[in-house]
Design a protein around this ligand. Structure first.
Ligand code: ZN
Length: 164
């Protein structure tokens, strides 16, 4: 990839790649043997990982992206600054349709979504808007998208206010 086409990010992409690659070893994939990892960059700089988790009944399995988002949401995060998805295949693993919609709930339209392969090479480089164009989101239901506000900071600020 030429340097000319490489965007300069205001975050540590290598740190996200490290977490996404590390998540591959936590995948539970006895059926597909297709591990996928994910790393989410939270507004406060924390990086939260996820891995795909399969199930004998197949349907209840969950992708790495949604695993990471569920973990992050369970810790109070509602928006993300960047997403890296890893897989061992040299062709990389594009996000599935379900994950694109779930990412859309929490990622701003300009959020980088980057897919890397097992050699840590960038295979797909998207923004949320290009990953899921003309998408349906909270705004369509007159709800302010969590991707537009940092809910966790608001919650913490509210808690501090109550202490006073
Ligand atoms: Zn998926």
């Amino acid at each position: 990839m030429s340097a000319v086409n490489t965007p300069v990010y205001d975050f540590d992409l290598e740190a996200l790649i490290n977490v996404a690659m590390n998540q591959l070893k936590f995948s539970y994939v006895p059926y597909s043997n297709y591990p996928v990892g994910c790393a989410l960059l939270c507004p406060d700089g924390k990086i939260i990982g996820g891995s795909n988790i399969e199930n004998a009944a197949y349907g209840p399995g969950i992708c790495a992206e949604r695993s990471a988002i569920a973990t992050a949401c369970s810790q109070g995060y509602r928006t993300f600054k960047a997403v890296v998805v890893s897989c061992k295949a040299l062709s990389g693993s594009p996000c599935c349709g379900a994950c694109r919609q779930v990412l859309r709930e929490f990622c701003p339209q300009d959020c980088p979504i980057i897919n890397i392969n097992g050699n840590r090479e960038i295979i797909h480089r998207h923004t949320m808007a290009s990953l899921l164009p003309d998408s349906f989101g909270p705004e369509n239901l007159n709800i302010i998208s969590p991707g537009r506000v940092n809910v966790q900071i608001e919650v913490e600020a509210e808690a501090e206010t109550k202490v006073e």
